[in-house]
Write a protein that binds this ligand. Structure first.
Ligand SMILES: Cc1cc2nc3c(=O)[nH]c(=O)nc-3n(C[C@H](O)[C@H](O)[C@H](O)COP(=O)(O)OP(=O)(O)OC[C@H]3O[C@@H](n4cnc5c(N)ncnc54)[C@H](O)[C@@H]3O)c2cc1C
Length: 487
């Protein structure tokens, strides 16, 4: 008889895993507390503007293609995407503007034009970023770090022999200062620490591999908006026969004789041979595994940063911004000091603006734009978010208006604001952190929770709060790792 699998949560990792296991012949049921799939990678409408709830940046589409290919299904019927020419447009308050191209040669040429004399170092940086990525991907990103077999492969031996070249034991900021003289370039390359919710002054230089993803492999956008990644995987899962149960929040995982044997919801038990939690790992222990000790490193972890997000319906289109835009803070050091030490938001934060309607025309009425403004923030530790968001709103309206040289306030005709509190409630992510634990230590890659339980048989974990980490690509990798662990 086919084995039965229950997946708790339909975030991007849960969805990908449901397809992988169904394709391997398992009976798969997914229980989701919300009324729709996707978790952080979902969307909503504010009047007639469509807004993506969370992620905006999409790299490594090959990981989505692999899921379709492994399921033996042609992706074209479900999911289409395009490469963006400009990955991100950067603004500084002295008027300096820099277009970061997806293509590495165009990117390097733009550095030559805008940051005289630094292009050779950028070229070397991107080249080394690719080398590091290829060394670490098999051992850190595509396999369980907690199985001996991972360390016995040729790829692992290569990675171990080149360990010092991976820049693990130097901070991202120190690494960037070794390469560049121009403060603006350092600021730009430092910003990638936020991709795993960390500070460039604390996270490891290994984070420099993101350069290869963004300015070598490139940045992409699904034709129907980024949440279409979730919806297309959901459609494939349904077609393959995965069963979804919405508005179904699991209360506990049932354990018998040290094995997971089912889940419980509203006092009803559902039996299964294998249980997988796509829920935040901390909350999985707190709520679903009561009485089971959290591993030491989970108990004492530092959550990743969170965000305050402004979803704005704009009644005008803005020709001077691109799809992805960053307006930098005047003082990056202070900004991160506020987030990680003062646990607040600096008065002049870096502002990220995304307008998907620039290319997904249906996302906003003609002549209008859907703006997503993200400000990195500390995780929730009891701050007065009402006060913070009011001050922040005033500060960023001033900052954006002065950069774009137009008073934007009167153009905002619809608004929703998200603080870490709502992120925690809507996606059940402890303290509202975006990426589970932070990577604010040089060894953090090694101390994420494994993808399986060492104490309870048949219990596995996928998603942004476990190995290999947060963000769409790593969540998809976690699904692949769990699928490979289950025979
Ligand atoms: C504002 C924001 C911006 C981001 N920007 C980016 C970006 O640009 N690029 C990028 O790659 N990443 C980004 N991220 C991070 C990325 O969204 C996440 O790492 C990723 O989507 C997490 O996926 P996941 O599989 O861990 O599941 P999640 O999205 O965390 O979903 C978990 C699901 O499980 C459900 N669930 C939880 N507990 C239960 C339970 N007990 N019973 C049933 N269901 C349950 C939840 O309702 C949810 O649907 C961003 C995140 C946010 C919030």
């Amino acid at each position: 008889m086919k084995k039965k699998v229950i997946i708790i949560g339909s975030g991007i990792a849960g969805l990908a895993l449901s397809i992988r296991l169904k394709s391997k012949g398992y009976n798969v049921d997914v229980f989701e507390k919300n009324e729709n799939v996707g978790g952080k990678l979902s969307d909503f409408y504010l009047d007639n503007f469509r807004h993506d709830f969370g992620p905006k940046l999409f790299t490594m589409p090959n990981l989505i293609e692999d899921i379709f290919e492994d399921a033996g299904v042609n992706i074209d019927k479900y999911f289409k995407y395009d490469k963006l020419d400009i990955a991100c447009k950067y603004f500084w308050d002295d008027g300096h503007i820099f277009n970061a191209y997806s293509d590495s040669q165009k990117f390097i040429h733009e550095v030559h034009t805008k940051f005289n004399k630094e292009e050779n170092m950028v070229e070397e940086y991107i080249f080394n970023s690719k080398k590091k990525f290829n060394l670490v991907k098999k051992i850190f990103l595509e396999n369980s770090l907690h199985k001996i077999s991972t360390y016995l492969s040729l790829d692992s031996v290569k990675a171990i022999l080149n360990f010092l070249k991976l820049n693990i034991f130097i901070s991202l900021n120190s690494l960037n200062k070794r390469y560049f003289k121009d403060e603006k370039l350092i600021q730009l390359f430092n910003r990638f620490a936020t991709y795993n919710g960390s500070s460039p002054y604390l996270t490891s230089g290994i984070m420099s591999i993101i350069q290869h993803l963004e300015h070598d492999l490139g940045v992409f956008m699904p034709r129907k908006g980024i949440s279409d990644i979730s919806y297309s995987l959901y459609n494939l899962a349904i077609d393959l026969g995965v069963k979804f149960h919405f508005n179904s929040e699991i209360d506990s995982i049932i354990i018998k004789n040290k094995s997971a044997v089912g889940v419980s919801i509203n006092k009803m038990n559902h039996k299964a041979d294998i249980i997988i939690s796509n829920m935040d790992i901390n909350l999985t222990y707190d709520r679903l595994l009561k009485g089971y000790k959290k591993p030491f490193f989970i108990k004492n972890y530092q959550p990743s940063s969170s965000a305050v997000v402004f979803y704005w319906n704009m009644n005008k289109s803005f020709s001077n911004i691109n799809v992805h835009n960053i307006i930098f803070s005047r003082d990056q050091k202070k900004e991160f000091d506020y987030i990680f030490n003062k646990k607040s938001i600096y008065e002049d934060p870096t502002v990220y603006i995304c307008s998907t309607s620039k290319i997904v025309k249906e996302d906003a009425p003609t002549g209008c734009e859907n703006w997503f403004i993200l400000i990195n923030s500390p995780f929730d530790s009891g701050q007065d978010w009402k006060k913070i968001k009011k001050t922040l709103r005033n500060n960023i309206i001033k900052k954006i208006s002065s950069t774009l040289k137009v008073d934007i306030e009167s153009n905002i005709v619809g608004e929703k604001i998200l603080t870490p509190i709502e992120i925690e409630i809507e996606t059940l992510s402890k303290f509202g952190s975006l990426y589970g634990s932070s990577s604010n230590s040089l060894q953090s890659a090694f101390i994420r929770h494994p993808n399986f339980s060492k104490k309870i048989n048949n219990l596995y974990f996928c998603g942004g709060s476990v190995h290999p980490g947060g963000g769409i690509p790593l969540c998809l990798n976690s699904a692949k790792i769990v699928s490979d662990l289950i025979n």
